[in-house]
Design a protein around this ligand. Structure first.
Ligand code: PMP
Ligand code: GLN
Length: 380
């Protein structure tokens, strides 16, 4: 076995969900919503399954979905992408793998930010890259010019950037994005932007895509996921958008990863992007209410939370809550003694981990959140 996998455990999300299933715990660990997604999208998928072709669709995605993605970003983010600049993938995870495989030459350094999604480091390393970390810290998780400059070398080839950031639940400010764009331009770096959480934003804040910043149009890969937009995480329909000369290599990597994505799901996502803007907006408003419900409940229990501006995650600051215990121990005790699954944020660090923050998923029915809070009350 490749040593990267030999040394690796099961992803924290699967591990925690398996423990939650086995013990009947309330699962606020792995990030997936309780809801069922928009009716019209489900209906289109079901109809396409029986009434349209189920054979291989085009390798880069059905034209209708590629067009719908480009239109969606024109409408919501003012971008001028064309359908030719979109390749459909089997989830954002596949897009990340294709981008990293296509862009990294062994020995290249990849600048990434900690905390990071746990798939990033194995994907970078398997592509022959060397991760270089910029460490972000609570409560602000801010990016600074000094930290960027300290991490860059002559071997740095690309920046892997997740915004909004899971698990920090932050959105980069316009100033941070301008800083990052200048940095990429001045060091001639490509940016791979994982923007799967772009529509799960709160309190009126709008997501700004890095590809829209000066100098970034030709050097950015923008990655999105229908699983997040329509609360259908199991569908694994995603995409990558980039200027043609950049996208060409990514499409070649994609053709030998999955080649394609189920056609009925592509039809359904195209329909959703074209018709469900209201649903997406309502979903975010619903997530915001759930965030506030969980936050208020945790505060009543004397637990201090960090701000959550985006994603469907809210974190407990253990230190500020007077809990003198590491995040892993706290999560184990929370699961074993109270029957609630959560994710220790140290799982999102490859080195120098922040160990006093615990992530909870609030994209759940009110009763589920209330049940979790009731159980958590037993802990203290
Ligand atoms: N990137 C980030 C930051 C995520 O949080 C997730 C899933 N929650 C993914 C990628 C994976 O997206 P997909 O399920 O579309 O592969
Ligand atoms: N991205 C989801 C989370 O952060 C989990 C995805 C997965 O389980 N692979 O919880």
């Amino acid at each position: 076995m490749n040593p990267i996998y030999a040394a690796m455990g099961t992803t924290i999300f699967e591990a925690m969900s398996a423990r939650a299933r086995a013990s009947g715990a309330v699962n606020l660990g792995q990030g997936f919503p309780d809801g069922t997604g928009p009716e019209a999208v489900l209906h289109t998928a079901a109809e396409a399954l029986t009434q349209r072709s189920n054979q291989y669709p085009p390798m880069i995605g059905i034209p209708e979905l590629r067009e719908a993605v480009a239109d969606h970003y024109a409408r919501h983010q003012g971008l001028n992408l064309t359908a030719e600049e979109v390749v459909v993938t089997s989830g954002a995870t596949e897009a990340l793998a294709a981008a990293l495989l296509a862009l990294i030459t062994p020995g290249d350094e990849v600048l990434c930010f900690q905390p990071l999604y746990d798939a990033y480091v194995p994907l970078i390393e398997r592509a022959g890259g060397v991760p270089r970390f910029v460490r972000l810290e609570p409560p602000e998780w801010r990016i600074t010019a000094e930290a960027l400059e300290a991490a860059v070398t002559e071997r740095t080839r690309l920046v892997l950037f997740n915004n909004p950031l899971n698990p920090a639940a932050t959105m980069a400010s316009a100033g941070e994005l301008a800083l990052l764009a200048d940095f990429c331009v001045s060091h001639d770096l490509i940016a791979v932007c994982d923007e799967v959480w772009e529509h799960v934003t709160f309190d009126g804040a709008r997501h700004l895509p890095l590809i829209g910043f000066p100098g970034m149009r030709e050097r950015t890969v923008k990655i999105g996921s229908a699983g997040k937009i329509f609360a259908l995480t199991g569908w694994k329909v995603g995409w990558m958008c980039a200027a043609p000369q950049l996208l060409r290599g990514l499409a070649k990597a994609h053709q030998f990863l999955t080649f394609t994505t189920p056609p009925n799901l592509q039809w359904a996502v195209a329909h959703g992007l074209n018709t469900q803007d209201d649903w997406v907006q309502r979903a975010s408003a619903g997530f915001q209410r759930s965030r506030d419900r969980l936050k208020n409940g945790l505060e009543t229990l004397g637990l201090v939370t960090l701000p959550s501006a985006a994603t469907y995650f809210l974190s407990i600051d253990l230190t500020a809550s007077g809990i003198d215990e590491g995040d892993v121990d706290f999560c184990n005790r929370l699961l074993d003694e109270a029957g609630v699954a959560a994710i220790p944020v140290s799982a999102f660090y490859a080195q120098d981990a922040v160990t006093n923050v615990v992530r909870l998923c609030f994209a759940k029915a009110d009763e589920t959140l209330d049940a979790a809070l009731e159980r958590m009350a037993r802990l203290r």
